[in-house]
Design a protein around this ligand. Structure first.
Ligand code: M6R
Length: 610
């Protein structure tokens, strides 16, 4: 949730830390800070400030500490309100140690009491401050040892950067259940929570594993396990371009990422759509394995969970395998019935969502095979899975997930078709029909994105709405859940998604004159039923925005206030394209309300805490 950067080399650290933090601000943005050591002073110089990174930048204009080693942090508060004191870095009692931390220390209260009994005084309400004091308490002239000793006492999750005045030529980094990479430069080295922060300087990185510690000097990096033994690690070379992680002329990352959907879906589908077949390289779920498979659990959070709901409809329909979709945060604590005859599909854009990672471990412990659908190469979820399907969406920076969702749906459909063909529940011709339809989808989304003006105009008439409902049937219900989440997280407008058939069981009481209701109608077999639902809400005064195939536009126009069309396509696959108008609608509502679209309040991109 928080972003960490660290630097050691021959250049001034502050500009490099700030530059890196800008690329990580999506991870948290309620306060920020830097700690720099210049090799001469008695203390580490710390500058931090509540608010966005720009507030820290302004503060640094009046006083910018010099030094060629430093750590920086952008925070998403968990323990202690966002204020200057609770911001990171945190310094130890005598000022010789400074620490940045991403994660949660679960036993910090016990550690705090212990340290207080030893005379340590605490300045902040954070869990992180115990780490700074504990490293100081454990320090006997060897920073690496002091950190390892400290880590042995910590329960919870962490990615850490630690600097010390007594060790001006090195700093220490460590991770457990929170991401951290080490960037390898020439006469300079880096740490960061995510690759874009250091991509300007190097493409060669080490991905730290859980409970590993790196000793970072300007001309060397050594990695150790928690026992203090050296670990050998291969260099990972980043081959994507920095421009993918920049706005490139767009006003916001979110609209840039929506416009990238055709490319993202194409990059995800093309390598798997070969000739007339679907080829899921290295996933290798054989006919025999699929024939004995008793159940699939799809486990995820937020938008990825909604992709899983679409996956359930599609996989069950084509393969006849029962599928349960589970919120990761619920799954891990409810003693789920999982065994070796079950497959768990874990979906995650970041591959670092802690709830999803813990649920993965729970399913694995109980014997299930893990197939993950992940966007970030080398992320924790990818590394802990038996098989990985990478969605090639490219970096997704806006907190609201958009292009990742379309690519996650692409994965769900590829699985459904491939598994069904292998189980013999669809024919070769049916598989070919779906395969060819998938092939068309990038160009269909392109058309929707290019026609976005109508949605913008509609949004300009409704952005003051107090509450907006999304209703749909079948796959359109799954789609509605995602449309509603997108709207609420960035526009802050109350919104709910309901199954069309469920309205009459209570929700319709909330529909009154002027209530805006968004109604996708992309499911041929449920089309008439959904039209009836539109009539029901219209009769209570609702304003209806319908989303349907071009061929139905004339019919739906008779009932809805506005009809947004998507090109004609297979009902089963329609959610991949029909989500785009909903994302655009959420985007324009947020822009019109003057919100910070890419960094909505209280949220962060990568949720690496429980
Ligand atoms: O990185 P993940 O896909 O695991 O993230 C899961 C959710 O936190 C994420 O989808 C969240 O709901 C987004 N903000 C939605 O736009």
């Amino acid at each position: 949730m928080c972003g960490i950067v660290g630097y050691i080399g021959n250049k001034q650290a502050v500009p490099i830390l700030i530059e890196g933090l800008k690329k990580l601000e999506y991870r948290g943005y309620d306060s920020a800070g830097v700690a720099v050591y210049n090799g001469n002073d008695d203390n580490i110089n710390v500058v931090k400030a509540k608010g966005r990174l720009s507030v820290l930048e302004n503060k640094l204009k009046t006083y910018c500490p010099d030094g060629m080693m430093g750590i920086g942090h952008t925070r998403w508060a968990t323990h202690g309100e966002p204020n200057d004191v609770n911001s990171h870095p945190h310094a130890s009692q005598n000022g010789i140690i400074a620490v940045v931390h991403n994660g949660i220390i679960e036993n910090y209260m016990q550690l705090k009491e212990f340290l207080q009994s030893k005379g340590y005084c605490f300045q902040s309400d954070t869990d992180t401050e115990v780490i700074a004091h504990l490293v100081e308490y454990n320090y006997r002239g060897d920073l690496l040892n002091a950190v390892i000793k400290t880590l042995n006492d910590l329960e919870g999750s962490y990615a850490l950067g630690v600097i010390c005045t007594q060790c001006p030529d090195e700093f220490i980094a460590a991770r457990k259940d929170s991401p951290l990479i080490v960037g390898i430069g020439k006469n300079e080295n880096f740490i960061a929570s995510d690759i874009p922060a250091i991509l300007k300087y190097t493409r060669d990185i080490y991905i730290l594993e859980d409970k590993e510690i790196a000793c970072v000097k300007k001309d060397s990096v050594s990695i150790y396990n928690i026992l203090g033994e050296k670990v050998k690690r291969d260099i990972f070379h980043v081959d994507w371009d920095i421009s993918s992680a920049e706005k490139g002329g767009f006003e916001h990352f979110m609209i840039k990422e929506i416009c990238e959907e055709p490319k993202a879906v194409k990059s995800t589908l093309s390598p798997r759509l070969k000739d007339s077949k679907i080829v899921l390289d290295n996933i290798n779920l054989t006919k025999e394995y699929l024939a004995q498979l008793e159940k699939i659990y799809i486990i995820a959070c937020g938008t990825a969970y909604h992709a899983g709901v679409v996956g359930k409809y599609a996989i069950e329909k084509l393969t006849r395998i029962p599928v349960e979709v589970e919120l990761a945060s619920e799954f891990r604590y409810r003693d789920p019935i999982v065994n070796k005859n079950h497959l768990s599909i874990v979906i995650s854009q970041s591959g670092e969502t802690l709830d999803s990672l813990m649920a993965l471990r729970e399913a694995k412990k109980r014997g299930a095979r893990i197939l993950s659908v992940v966007n970030v190469v080398g992320s924790s979820i990818a590394r802990e899975s038996d098989n990985v399907f990478y969605t090639w969406a490219g970096p997704e920076i806006a907190v609201a997930s958009t292009k990742a969702y379309n690519t996650q749906l692409s994965a769900m459909y590829l699985f459904a078709i491939d598994f069904a063909l292998k189980r013999g529940t669809i024919s070769v011709d049916e598989a070919k029909k779906y395969r060819n339809e998938l092939d068309r989808i990038p160009s269909l989304i392109e058309k929707i994105v290019n026609d976005r003006e109508k949605i913008q105009k509609f949004a300009s008439r409704h952005y003051n709405a107090k509450s907006i409902f999304f209703i749909g049937r079948g796959l359109d219900y799954a789609l509605s859940m995602e449309g509603s989440l997108k709207l609420k997280e960035i526009s802050y407008i109350h919104s709910e998604a309901y199954a069309g058939g469920e309205l009459k069981h209570g929700t319709i009481a909330l529909i009154e004159e002027g209530t805006l209701v968004v109604c996708p109608l992309t499911q041929e077999s449920l089309f008439d039923k959904m039209l009836s639902n539109i009539k029901e809400v219209k009769a209570r005064g609702a304003v209806v925005m319908a989303i349907t195939h071009e061929k139905h536009a004339l019919m739906v126009e008779k009932y809805a206030d506005i009809v947004i069309t998507i090109p004609d396509m297979e009902s089963l696959l329609s959610p991949i394209a029909a989500i785009t108008p909903m994302q655009l609608f959420a985007y324009y509502m947020s822009v019109l309300k003057g919100n910070d679209v890419d960094k909505p309040r209280n949220l962060a991109k990568s949720v690496t805490v429980e």
